[in-house]
Write a protein that binds this ligand. Sequence first.
Ligand SMILES: C[S@@+](CC[C@H](N)C(=O)[O-])C[C@H]1O[C@@H](n2cnc3c(N)ncnc32)[C@H](O)[C@@H]1O
Length: 377
Amino acid sequence: MTRSQNNFPIEERYDLRLITTFIPNKRYPVYNWFYFKEGFSRDFVEYAISLLGYKPRVILDPFVGVGTTLLYAREKGYHSIGVDASPLMVLVSKVKTRDYNIKSLREEAQKIFRVRFRKPNLSNISSFVKQFFNKYVLEDIVFFNELVDSIEDEKIRNFFKVGLICSSSKVSYAYRDGSVLRVVKKNTPPFRKFFKRFIRKMIKDLEKVKFISPEPEVRVGDARRLDFLKDSSVDAVITSPPYLNKIEYTKVYRIEYELFLRGEEPNLLRSFIGLSKVEEDEADSSMPPVARAYFKDMRLVLREVKRVLSEDKKAIFLLAGGVFPTGVIESDIELSEMATDEGFSVEKIVALNKRVATRNRVEKIGWARESAVVLKT
Ligand SMILES: C[S@@+](CC[C@H](N)C(=O)[O-])C[C@H]1O[C@@H](n2cnc3c(N)ncnc32)[C@H](O)[C@@H]1O
């Protein structure tokens, strides 16, 4: 264990680097339904719970993403609550963490895949979306989406909707490159077969997981304002906010919103942390304005987390340093300083990964660390 300049204890566990990524989830049923590059793994949640050092009653993840914290909590018998600003993420998290009647899912699948293809009307699909699909594949997707929308039971409808979203992303030409969607053409399999196989896999996966605790509460919301939660109502927080300077990925779900969740697209500037503009008079600090906006929001998040966490309990934040032409901003240290101001004590910072930080892609200017910050109320 070393100490930072400001005396925060730092433990290096670079051997655990992989758990901060989504990669280990690929081998876990249900966890792997929606590939989320910015997500962490089931193994990270397991490790975070070991860092708590007590058995939590209710775990909150205020940046829940695709629901990995909640899934693990359900498997291990902890109650949990998830919040995310993105309706797409909330839909995915919900669908992964519900109880289903498998027989009804199988019957619905049979019904859907029995319907003969009818050419749908693509006139209200934008040319932006059209460029990412083979024409016949897109017709199939829109055809199935109409069928899925007509399913009466909300739980079953959402299940098929997520299956459709995952299957479509696998056959699309969209390649997510940071905040940009690029067209990368490839051979695509017949969609009907592909979708059918994916739904079959989802149903099989449900038979492999065993949930102990009840369905978690998952809702669209803002981690800066958790009004629906009473003071001291949770006893652990395990979460990973958007990373400093890597927030733009929230914009790459335009295809999903246009095709499957029309009208539900979040107002990014209002809903997502770190995207609001800082006032002119605040922009004179040593930090770039984007970093100021980010930490201003993270302070509000810390304050809310402090309010809803009961006494003597822990919050674990996974986050990474931000690389700017002026140098690396150590997010773990910044967060620890703010947390101290807000009345937390910093138990330790566990450094889990580090990447070379460069200026103009060649000149090395330091290391950007990815760490779990362990805070105590
Ligand atoms: C790094 S991801 C979380 C990944 C998650 N740990 C997982 O494994 O799926 C950050 C998430 O924060 C969400 N987000 C951004 N601003 C938010 C806000 N103000 N309140 C709640 N969620 C927000 C994004 O939609 C994104 O899903």
